[in-house]
Design a protein around this ligand. Structure first.
Ligand SMILES: *[C@@H]1O[C@H](CO)[C@@H](O)[C@H](O)[C@H]1NC(C)=O
Ligand SMILES: *[C@@H]1O[C@H](CO)[C@@H](O)[C@H](O)[C@H]1NC(C)=O
Ligand SMILES: *[C@@H]1O[C@H](CO)[C@@H](O)[C@H](O)[C@H]1NC(C)=O
Ligand SMILES: *[C@@H]1O[C@H](CO)[C@@H](O)[C@H](O)[C@H]1NC(C)=O
Ligand SMILES: *[C@@H]1O[C@H](CO)[C@@H](O)[C@H](O)[C@H]1NC(C)=O
Length: 442
């Protein structure tokens, strides 16, 4: 799985207004926040924007997760509107072990120990305390966190662990469950294909997935031809390629993709391979799981480590109710943990960690207040997020698109969901504190 989880960043960076003064800065952090006698530190990267700040305004942080921090990114275009509207002192924080925030010298297995959710939340806590102390105008400011995808999970868990440091948050497309086998994900991708492109779109994907596996097993002429044309590699990644697009594309684009899929004849393996190649080329490269040197945009090894050590949620083809055949069995995915990170990572170990995380954070019913949850209707992550009744479900958009800058053709549902976010932020900023007054199952 190379692409599935990642925001598609590469093609979009750096187009918003140049006037915005977003300064790159660094803050010293402890390597291990939970060991008093370990004094090692490292420098975490962040961005600071005080362009819109008026005294009395809030501190608003766009939390970044498994990607490299980018100034002026349209992927978080709404953030710039929010900080302008609320006259905030704004920051963007980078997640340890990603981008340029490197607590250790490389990504060899023994250096990954300090890559854990607990350390990440503690980095954020230190960051907020430090800014409140260092910038007198922020001493009594309300604090609002915004995060998408895994960063949305961070925002949610931060409210659970450090309620005194956050007055409210917006979590878009946040995964909250921790389980070994996230088989629902491929099932959800299949359902979306059927809904968006009809049975024929689903059936065509299923046909090519299963037929390819047969040709590969037999090592026959079709397979040899695909190998020669360098197209077999795309079929090997078919589930990830299709899932990535279902996750990240909006409805109109997915309809076009289904049109392209169904226009390839059933016996045209070369044609389908080329289509997969085109889809593949529209996604950013995230590196390989076995790469032990830091590379600014490479995230795959780190994220896979987090999956093996705490998150689980492995994308598999365990269910028969999905279109990719028995392509990515759970056992082979999980065996990679041990191969890459050491003998400790047995299935029992991972299972224990995943259960521990679920007990700690509550899964789909995290019982937090002051967090606004948004989910995109066809995003496979919807099924790892908060229960639907506690979220605003937005149709027609991809993963986290609600946090992008508004566009003229945004749907009424999207416009209303954003308005609700603005209203809640106003309430939290004008409200009276961080007490947990409304603990519900949400
Ligand atoms: C805490 O840090 C000290 C000093 O680096 C180290 O000797 C010790 O093993 C650490 N303890 C744990 C539990 O990691
Ligand atoms: C869907 O995505 C395409 C490509 O990014 C974009 O041009 C189009 O405006 C989007 N449609 C809607 C309704 O947001
Ligand atoms: C559909 O295929 C055409 C022709 O190859 C291509 O130009 C177009 O970008 C494809 N559409 C999508 C949404 O991938
Ligand atoms: C890492 O994995 C890639 C892709 O599977 C492979 O091509 C490469 O040889 C591997 N590198 C090492 C050092 O094992
Ligand atoms: C905070 O707000 C709530 C609801 O608006 C109100 O009931 C409560 O008395 C307020 N508490 C303080 C300390 O002002």
């Amino acid at each position: 799985m190379k692409l599935f989880l990642v925001l598609i960043l590469g093609q979009l960076i750096n187009v918003i207004s140049a006037e915005l003064d977003e300064r790159e800065m660094w803050i010293e952090q402890k390597l291990d926040h939970f060991n008093e006698s370990d004094s090692r530190t490292w420098n975490m990267r962040y961005l600071s924007i005080d362009t819109f700040f008026k005294p009395g305004g809030p501190m608003i942080i766009n939390v970044n997760a498994e990607w490299s921090l980018a100034a002026n990114s349209p992927l978080c275009g709404l953030f710039y509107e929010i900080i302008q509207k609320f006259q905030a002192y704004a920051f963007q924080t980078e997640h340890r072990y990603y981008g340029k925030s490197r607590p250790v010298k490389n990504l060899q297995a023994e250096n990954l120990e300090y890559l854990s959710l607990g350390q990440v939340l503690a980095d954020l806590a230190h960051f907020i305390r430090h800014q409140k102390a260092a910038i007198p105008a922020l001493a009594h400011s309300k604090v609002i966190l915004i995060g998408c995808s895994y960063a949305g999970s961070i925002v949610t868990f931060f409210r659970k662990d450090y309620p005194e440091l956050i007055d409210g948050g917006w979590a878009s497309g946040a995964g909250l469950t921790f389980r070994l086998d996230f088989a629902d994900s491929a099932v959800s991708v299949g359902k979306s294909l059927r809904k968006i492109g009809g049975d024929i779109c689903y059936d065509r994907v299923e046909h090519f997935s299963k037929a390819y596996l047969r040709h590969k097993q037999r090592h026959d002429d079709v397979y040899t031809l695909l190998k020669e044309q360098n197209l077999a590699v795309n079929f090997d990644d078919i589930d990830e390629i299709i899932a990535t697009h279902v996750q990240h594309r909006n409805l109109t684009t997915m309809q076009k993709i289904c049109k392209n899929i169904t226009s390839v004849a059933e016996n045209d393996f070369i044609g389908f391979g080329k289509l997969l190649e085109l889809l593949m080329s529209k996604s950013a490269s995230v590196g390989f799981k076995n790469e032990t040197e830091f590379e600014e945009t490479h995230i795959y090894r780190q994220y896979f480590y987090q999956s093996c050590s705490e998150f689980g949620n492995f994308f598999t083809s365990s269910s028969v109710h999905q279109p990719f055949g028995y392509k990515t069995p759970f056992s082979t995915v999980i065996a990679e943990c041990q191969k890459l990170f050491g003998p400790k990572f047995t299935i029992d170990y991972i299972s224990g960690k995943v259960d521990e995380m679920t007990r700690k954070y509550g899964g789909q019913e995290p019982q937090v207040d002051h967090i606004y949850f948004t989910k995109s209707e066809d995003d496979p992550w919807r099924w790892a997020g908060i229960i639907d009744e506690c979220a605003t479900i937005i149709p027609g958009i991809g993963h986290c698109h609600d946090l992008r800058a508004p566009k003229d053709n945004d749907s009424p549902e999207l416009i209303a969901a954003r308005q609700k976010g603005f209203d809640l932020i106003a309430e939290w900023i004008n409200g009276n504190g961080t007490s947990r007054e409304t603990v519900t199952k949400c």
